[in-house]
Design a protein around this ligand. Sequence first.
Ligand code: ADE
Length: 255
Amino acid sequence: MILEALSVFPEMFEPVMSTSILGRARRAGLFEFSAYNLRDWTHDRHRTVDDEPYGGGQGMLMKVEPIYEAVESIAATGPKPHVVFFTPCGAPFDQTCAERLATYDRLLFVCGRYEGMDERAYTLADECISIGDYVLTGGELPAMVVMDAVVRLIPGALGDEQSNKDESFATGDDGGLLEYEQYTRPAEFRGMGVPEILLSGDHAKVDAWRRENALDRTCRWRPDLIADARLSESERARAAELLERYHGSSDKAYG
Ligand code: ADE
C-alpha cells in the first residue's frame, strides 16, 4: 500500500510514521509513505498557498491552483490514487471507513490549513473525511489518525492478528459492542482487585463475564451503539435493564 500526504507542514508526519507499529510496518515494507510540501507547487517568490476569501470574511483560504497542480503531478507518478480531503465538513470517520480505505492500493491525503479551501479544490476529492465534530488547525492530525487506523488493518502490521478482532468497533465477533475490561498483574494494586472470575481459569465463565461486561460498558458509555449491536433476545432484555439503570430510559439507545 502507498500512503501519501500533501501539506504545508510535511515535517509533522515523519515522527508518527516512523514510530512504534506504524514505523515497524513501514520498515517491513507493508506500506510506503511520502509527505509532499504544497509550496513546491507554487510559482511566486513567497511560495503563497493562501489568499483572502471573495465576498470578505475572516481568515485566509487555501488557493486552488497549487492544490490542483500538486494532486495532478503526484497522481501521475504511479497508479491512480484514491484522494481524500480532510475537513470538519466531511463524512464522519469510523472503523467501517478505515476498513474500506484499507482496501485501496494508493491513498493520497490532502490536508487543509487556514479557514478552509477554495471550494473548487474539492472537485479533486474522491471523498472528504472529518474525524469528529470539532475544529482543528489543519488536516495533518486527522490524516495521521486515519493512517494509523488503516495501517493497523494491513495483515501483519500488528503481529498478532487476533488484536484486530476483539476490539471495540471492529466489525467482527464482538457484535458492535465496546471492548470488555482487561486486567494484568498484580491481582491487587492499592486496594483495587481484579474480578474473581478472571482468576478462576474457567474459560466459559470468563467468556460470559466478558460479554456481560461489554454489554454493560456499552449501555453506560455508548448507548447510541445498542440499537445496531448484534444481541441475543436475552441480551436485548438485559440491555433494556442497563439502559434504564444508567440513563433512566432507553431513549439514548433507541431515540
Ligand atoms: N480539519 C480541521 N478540523 C478537522 C476535523 N475535525 N476533521 C478533519 N479535518 C479537519
